[in-house]
Design a protein around this ligand. Structure first.
Ligand SMILES: C[S@@+](CC[C@H](N)C(=O)[O-])C[C@H]1O[C@@H](n2cnc3c(N)ncnc32)[C@H](O)[C@@H]1O
Length: 370
């Protein structure tokens, strides 16, 4: 392995057990899928479970995409859940386009119908550098939440060089910095992008991430929360970026974050250490050990048996029922603990991510003096 290569960097961080497996899973499509419904009082459809908020659902099967709903990697929900947004909050989404996370935040802020123009203090600013990407965001926000400027603004600016635009509505209770990053899962799928990878380009991205983080903390209220997230694998773009913030902010402890995620998300979460072996999906037809059949009982792993019986009907119906139940059962999602936050990796059950996220709380110097 060449020194300073993509391979070495990841091998050194994830270790010889996890990395080969993770590398393979970066090329495998996810097994879980999520949609954000436009309907704020939506009910879950067939095989779906509520994942987050009032209108975000998850299921094992791929969705047939349409123009009414918005489709996301279910892992994207976790940085938003970690923001712990409450009614009446002002929120900045610094790098917001194309807007999946903005829609989730807006769902938290604007989920009830306004009775009058004055009864909603919640406010969201969605900023991005790319005008083209912001157009899609604007369309989706308008379709899901209307176009009331008292509720949200969409701004185009580069907060790494000039904070004037995002400062206009500051200070914010919460800031989401879903930073531009190396996007390793996308990169491995697109050969020319992988060829362009270099440690130098990672270092340039890290510099940008630190500048954005600095602005994010400047416009955050004292005691407020900033969530930093990426879809990068490298520690350089994740935990190590946060260290530049520790003069004015502290990482929110893992336990606090986990408790809030469990309250917000309708799915079981398991926390493991970063380098633990991958948590695999159980084999599709493997019943729990205590249910293991004896020789002459029908088994879950014999779907073909229905065809072997004379009339077939009863066994066929049972097999179908089992299959539907298994399709409907969601795996437990795995969060891997990093020094300051969590990673969701596609080698674990569900095959979703890569998502890194961690939360920072800006120090409240006045509260400390009391
Ligand atoms: C990971 S994507 C954000 C995805 C988005 N949060 C979502 O959930 O749909 C990173 C975004 O950062 C934007 N970006 C890159 N450099 C930026 C900068 N200097 N200032 C603001 N946005 C920037 C890109 O245009 C891109 O839309």
């Amino acid at each position: 392995m060449t020194k300073n290569s993509w391979e070495t960097l990841n091998y050194d961080y994830y270790g010889g057990v996890l990395w080969p497996n993770l590398r393979e899973h970066l090329k495998t499509p996810p097994k879980l899928h999520a949609r954000i419904s436009q309907d704020k009082s939506a009910q879950s459809a067939d095989n779906e479970h509520r994942l987050f908020g009032h209108s975000c659902f998850i299921k094992q099967q791929r969705y047939v995409e349409n123009t009414v709903d918005y489709f996301i990697d279910p892992a994207s929900v976790f940085p938003v859940a970690a923001l712990n947004v409450k009614d009446g909050c002002s929120v900045l989404d610094m790098c917001a386009a194309p807007g999946g996370k903005s829609l989730l935040i807006a769902g938290e802020l604007f989920h009830h119908e306004r009775r009058s123009s004055e009864d909603c203090d919640s406010f969201l600013v969605c900023n991005d550098l790319s005008q083209a990407r912001l157009q899609r965001l604007q369309r989706n926000l308008a379709a899901h939440h209307g176009s009331d400027k008292r509720q949200y603004r969409v701004t185009i600016s580069d907060p790494s060089t000039n904070s004037r635009v995002v400062s206009k509505y500051a200070p914010y209770d919460c800031v989401l910095l879903d930073a531009p990053c190396s996007s390793d899962r996308h990169r491995i799928a697109v050969d020319p992008l992988m060829k362009e990878w270099s440690l130098q380009s990672v270092k340039r991205t890290v510099k940008l991430q630190k500048q954005l983080l600095k602005t994010g903390l400047e416009v955050l209220k004292r005691g407020g929360r900033l969530v930093y997230s990426t879809c990068a694998l490298s520690e350089l773009e994740n935990d190590l970026v946060l260290e530049s913030a520790f003069v004015i902010a502290d990482p929110v402890p893992h336990d606090t974050l986990l408790q809030q995620l469990e309250e917000k998300c309708g799915i079981d979460i398991r926390v493991v250490e970063l380098r633990d072996p991958p948590a695999h999906d159980p084999p599709a037809h493997d019943p729990p050990t205590h249910d293991r059949p004896t020789h002459d009982q029908p088994t879950h792993d014999q779907p073909a048996r229905a065809e072997m019986t004379h009339d077939g009907t009863a066994d066929g119906a049972a097999a179908l029922q089992n299959e539907t139940a298994q399709q409907n059962e969601l795996p437990v999602l795995t969060l891997r603990k990093t020094t300051y936050g969590f990673l969701m990796l596609p080698c674990d059950q569900g095959g979703i991510g890569v998502i890194y996220f961690a939360a920072l709380q800006k120090r409240d110097i006045f509260a400390c003096k009391r």
